[in-house]
Ligand binder design. Structure first.
Ligand code: DX5
Ligand code: ZN
Length: 218
């Protein structure tokens, strides 16, 4: 269903070749590019920061979707906005003042997203719905690519879609998205699917055609 956007996560790309990888996935039909920032504190893995985001920005024509798995997030929001994030997503669990973080993101000119860990209920966003443009439902525990989809999150997507009502808010799914799991979350109301391992498997910068096949299979 092409009203569903596919956002490949460069967490599964060649880390020595981010610019070329972003161009390759966009060339193969990716709608957004999903950028996973991890701090080794909020999640048990470390990726990269705003300087890397700024370096890859010129290699992305479309939406750069930056997922911050960092705590605290507030001191770094401006740096990621300046790096060129279009969507800037913070975790609801990352700090005590989610509403303030979201106000700051919009004041910096970015679309504001909230990510929810698998154990966090849909109700965590109930009182910030007018401050957000995207809800990212984590369908794995954040930190690593290639984990299995947590089925219980499909019901959360359904609840969020009902809670959102007519507001123009994207529901993004992050983790374990495959051709087998994608239809379930799409039916429940998700419209942006992040996929790392399922997009990058079998391809490379010098052989990008599998990226396109993988994207179309989702
Ligand atoms: C997990 C990240 C992801 C995830 C997606 O912490 O936010 O974007 O790695 O990877 P796959 O699709 O391999 O589960
Ligand atoms: Zn992510």
């Amino acid at each position: 269903d092409r009203s569903i956007k596919i956002a490949p996560s460069i967490l599964s790309a060649d880390f020595a070749n981010f610019g070329a990888e972003c161009e390759a996935i966009e060339g193969q039909g990716a709608d957004w590019v999903h950028v996973d920032v991890m701090d080794g504190h909020f999640v048990p893995n470390i990726t990269f920061g705003p300087a890397t985001c700024a370096a890859i920005r010129p290699h992305i024509k479309g939406v750069m979707d930056v997922h911050l798995m960092i705590a605290p997030a507030d001191p770094y929001l401006e740096a990621f906005a300046k790096a060129g994030a279009d969507v800037l997503t913070v975790h609801a669990e990352a700090g005590p003042h989610l509403h303030r973080s979201l106000q700051a993101i919009r004041a910096l000119g970015c679309k504001a997203g909230v990510a929810l860990n698998p154990s966090t209920p849909a109700s965590a966003v109930e009182y910030v719905l007018d401050q957000i443009d995207l809800i990212c439902v984590m369908t794995v525990n954040p930190g690593f690519g290639g984990q299995s989809f947590i089925e219980s999150q499909v019901e959360k997507v359904r609840q969020l879609r009902a809670l959102i009502g007519a507001r123009p808010i994207h529901i993004e799914i992050d983790g374990g998205v495959t051709p087998a799991t994608a239809p379930k979350v799409a039916a429940a109301g998700a419209d942006v699917l992040v996929a790392g391992s399922a997009v990058f498997k079998g391809g490379s910068v010098s052989n990008p055609a599998p990226y396109g096949e993988n994207i179309r299979a989702i």
